[in-house]
Design a protein around this ligand. Structure first.
Ligand code: ATP
Ligand code: MG
Length: 137
């Protein structure tokens, strides 16, 4: 089985969509291996989004992701990284089909509800930002 890091972004928490979104992942067959609500520090946000540093949208991205609490989780299952990305839909919700999380709940790129690791390597790196070894059960 494979682990992936999922964040329910501040818009998901503020809009009270966390239960619905977690339910989608569970119904698909992914297993919760770790879960917490936390407020990201600017340092954690910079680490999480290091690949985007210097891009035009980076300051707004860090501002948004640190604006209020997020839910972080590790989901586990065969092909979990790819399955979560498919369930999320494209980055821009304008392109996301109904039935995907972004397609059903989001309409603009800056507030797109959910993050999922884009590779197994990213997952390992990102999981370490949010969870200690002991917290992954
Ligand atoms: P995430 O990493 O949040 O799961 P993603 O992998 O689909 O999303 P990335 O290319 O990693 O997309 O971009 C990270 C985040 O930065 C996106 O979720 C989006 O909120 C924001 N973003 C990306 N590109 C743009 C852009 N051109 N304009 C505004 N915001 C953007
Ligand atoms: Mg990404």
């Amino acid at each position: 089985a494979q682990n992936t890091l999922v964040l329910l972004k501040p818009d998901a928490v503020q809009r009270k969509l966390c239960g619905e979104i977690i339910q989608r992942f569970e119904r698909k067959g992914l297993l919760l291996s770790a879960l917490k609500l936390l407020q990201l520090t600017p340092e954690m946000a910079a680490n999480h989004y290091a690949e985007h540093k210097g891009k035009p949208f980076y300051p707004a991205l860090v501002e948004f992701i640190t604006s209020s609490p997020v839910v972080a989780m590790v989901l586990t299952g065969c092909n979990a990284v790819k399955i979560v990305r498919t369930m999320m839909g494209p980055t821009n919700p304008v392109d996301a089909l109904p039935g995907t999380i972004r397609g059903d709940y989001a309409k603009v790129m800056s507030y797109n509800i959910v993050h999922g690791s884009d590779s197994a390597d990213s997952a390992a790196r990102e999981i370490a930002i949010y969870f200690t070894e002991q917290e992954i059960v």
